[in-house]
Design a protein around this ligand. Structure first.
Ligand code: TYD
Ligand code: MG
Length: 454
């Protein structure tokens, strides 16, 4: 039988029966590569006819205790995990190369080992001497972590079966190699198969596994998204290279809230926890300046204050630039359109730059009003009143909509010394805070009252 070719997307893992330049699944370009089918044999017979065994069913109610959790003692990490590491869980930690995944996980390994878990750290990228050197630099050389440098999956599984650790860290899944799969390490089928073998083995034997996955851009190496569906928890480690802040974000968690973040600072001695991120994100703020607005956001279960910065300048291009760092560019286009159509404030012929300070990424629509305020303030060259926070969602009609957790947002602002807030009308619990509130019904009121524009 002729071997049928199959193609997979290295970004999302979608299968295609022919090569194309762009994946229909995720829209990524140049990410489709030829792949080895997992089962190359003839199609299996259908299940019909032959009886299997009956599976046991149970009620939804349970008297079982919730799964045991181990706290690392790094509160930022424990919170992102949903309150500590759940026994027999599979976790994926993705992030750009060099962002600090190995550093974070070596620190976590040491903490979990000190908390009593038998912990293995298996590196497919660095020699044991290199890992040891890093451990010494981080002051962790005394921690009872067992180290190995290996990429052969069969040998790793055999070792795990003999040694039975409680936690094994695999750095990284892209370097692991299963000898029963023909394709090269890092290919979609190798990464998928290695992740499947490791996670199912860990579940069967009652150990937790943490997989490191590099986010890749070149398309030949499969990215962490390929294994997201196989694990219980998906964490991404983000940050800008030039900044020392790092954010560990839960994008999926079967054992806790998603969208929770942990904030770290990369120092000479490894990652330090940042327990008050608002203070950190605002620490570089100077005098109130045009285009700068403080947004009171919610990340997971926690309020976080961040500074939004906008720059609006006459454009030398026929098509003016719209550049966004840390926020959604589609959402920026929408706000510019609403400002133009509903408030009569055009941005034609103007370049617009929007930046979220500190390397933070925001996805909440609650930031709409703060973005609009930053844009207007930059365009009018007029700073917003000092010590004011802004939040609220903008609808296409230009109306302002109240957002969730108004009270928490205001409380955090007050805690950090802010004295006033601009919010949508109708938000709950506004009156209780000690802040001077300006509550507005729509964006026109905002542009008129605050800037006298429009
Ligand atoms: P690393 O953990 O190796 O990144 P990843 O595993 O995600 O590829 O981190 C690499 C960077 O972190 C490297 O550029 C050096 C920096 N770093 C520090 O700034 N301080 C430290 O204590 C350590 C260990 C690394
Ligand atoms: Mg690494």
């Amino acid at each position: 039988m002729a071997k049928t070719k199959i193609f997979s997307c290295t970004a999302c893992g979608a299968k295609h029966n022919k090569w194309s330049g762009r994946c229909d699944g995720c829209g990524e370009w140049n990410s489709i590569v030829e792949d080895t089918p997992l089962s190359a044999g003839p199609a299996k017979k259908t299940l019909g006819g032959k009886r299997g065994t009956s599976i046991p069913l149970s009620d939804l109610s349970t008297t079982e205790a919730p799964p045991p959790r181990t706290h690392s003692g790094m509160s930022e990490l424990d919170r992102v995990l949903g309150g500590g590491l759940v026994a027999s869980s599979a976790i994926l930690v993705g992030g750009d190369p060099g962002i600090g995944k190995s550093t974070l996980l070596l620190q976590a390994a040491a903490k979990f080992a000190n908390a009593g878990l038998k912990t293995f750290y298996i590196s497919g990228e660095e020699a044991p001497a290199q890992v040891r050197m890093r451990a010494r630099r981080l002051g962790l050389e005394k921690a009872p972590v067992q180290l190995a440098a290996e990429t052969n999956l069969r040998d790793i599984l055999t070792t795990l079966d003999n040694e039975r650790p409680d936690l094994v860290i695999i750095d990284s899944i892209q370097t692991m190699w299963a000898d029963n799969i023909e394709s090269a390490p890092g290919s979609v089928s190798q990464v998928r198969s290695a992740a499947h073998e490791l996670t199912s083995f860990a579940k069967r034997k009652g150990m937790s596994v943490i997989l490191v996955g590099h986010v890749t851009k070149d398309g030949q190496i499969a990215g962490p998204r390929v294994v997201e569906h196989m694990v219980d928890t998906v964490l991404y480690f983000e940050g800008e290279r030039g900044h020392q802040f790092r954010i560990l974000r839960a994008v999926k968690n079967r054992f806790g809230p998603a969208d929770e973040i942990g904030v770290f600072e990369m120092t000479g001695a490894g990652l330090a926890e940042v327990t008050n991120p608002s203070a950190l994100f605002l620490s570089e703020r100077g005098q109130p300046s045009p285009g700068s607005v403080v947004f009171s956001g919610i990340e997971g279960t926690r309020p976080v204050l961040v500074e939004l910065q906008a720059l609006v300048a006459p454009s030398p291009h026929s098509q003016p630039r719209r550049t966004v760092v840390g926020w959604d560019s589609g959402r920026l286009a929408m706000i510019l359109a609403v400002l133009e159509a509903r408030c009569g404030i055009p941005f034609t012929g103007l370049d617009v730059y929007l930046n979220v300070a500190g390397g933070m990424k925001i996805s909440e629509p609650a930031a709409d009003l703060a973005v609009a305020a930053a844009l207007l303030s930059a365009r009018e060259d007029a700073p917003l009143p000092a010590d004011t926070v802004v939040f609220g969602e903008i609808s296409l009609s230009g109306a302002l909509r109240p957002v969730s957790q108004t009270e928490n947002r205001l409380k955090e602002a007050q805690k950090l010394g802010f004295t006033a807030a601009i919010t949508p009308k109708g938000g709950k619990a506004g009156a209780k805070s000690g802040l001077k509130l300006t509550q507005l019904g729509d964006l026109t009121a905002f542009t008129g009252d605050i800037f006298g524009a429009g």
